[in-house]
Ligand binder design. Structure first.
Ligand SMILES: [Zn+2]
Length: 171
């Protein structure tokens, strides 16, 4: 079972950049919220990776699709020019599951909104360079996500997207 809560042992603790720099995260309550959401957000990503891997596909994990753009995608299929993001329901404001904590409500609202703005910007910048961007919520069923990824990657490879749609750099 891919999404069973007990079958996952993360390879390493994945700490969002926000945690590393957030000096205000000193209150135990805030820290508990962040830690809880950190583990919730990383498990689905690992489940998706495993499902994609099980379909026989190979990809890079947490790398920049574009060298000169400081944004990393969760799964990168360089040959097919497909960048996949598994957005955590909490950090990215999933309409079904995001419930802002009562404490520091305005901080969280701003934080989530800035994540969403950044997501949109990342998607746009990658698309401008000829990449296909796929975004999924972390609550989505891993096998279904993996199948959608596999279809898009296969299509891009088939139509020769990298060569056909290479966009000249403006720089
Ligand atoms: Zn959700």
């Amino acid at each position: 079972m891919l999404n069973s809560d007990t079958s996952w042992t993360p390879h390493s603790a994945v700490v969002p950049r926000q945690l590393a720099t957030a000096s205000w995260a000193t209150s135990p309550a805030v820290r508990r919220v962040m830690q809880g959401n950190t583990s919730r957000d990383t498990k689905p990503e690992i489940a998706v990776r495993s499902a994609v891997h099980a379909l026989g596909m190979r990809y890079r994990v947490s790398v920049r699709p574009l060298r000169d753009l400081r944004r990393t995608a969760d799964l990168v299929f360089r040959n097919a020019r497909v960048a996949v993001f598994v957005d955590g329901c909490f950090w990215h404001g999933c309409p079904e599951h995001h419930a802002p904590p009562k404490a520091n409500a305005s901080y969280w609202a701003t934080k989530v909104q800035s994540n969403r703005d950044r997501d949109k910007d990342t998607t746009q910048r990658l698309r401008e360079k000829g990449w296909t961007v796929l975004r999924f919520w972390s609550h989505e069923e891993p096998l279904s996500v993996a199948t959608q990824i596999a279809n898009v990657v296969a299509t891009n490879v088939r139509v020769g997207k990298p060569a056909a749609r290479r966009i000249k750099s403006c720089q």
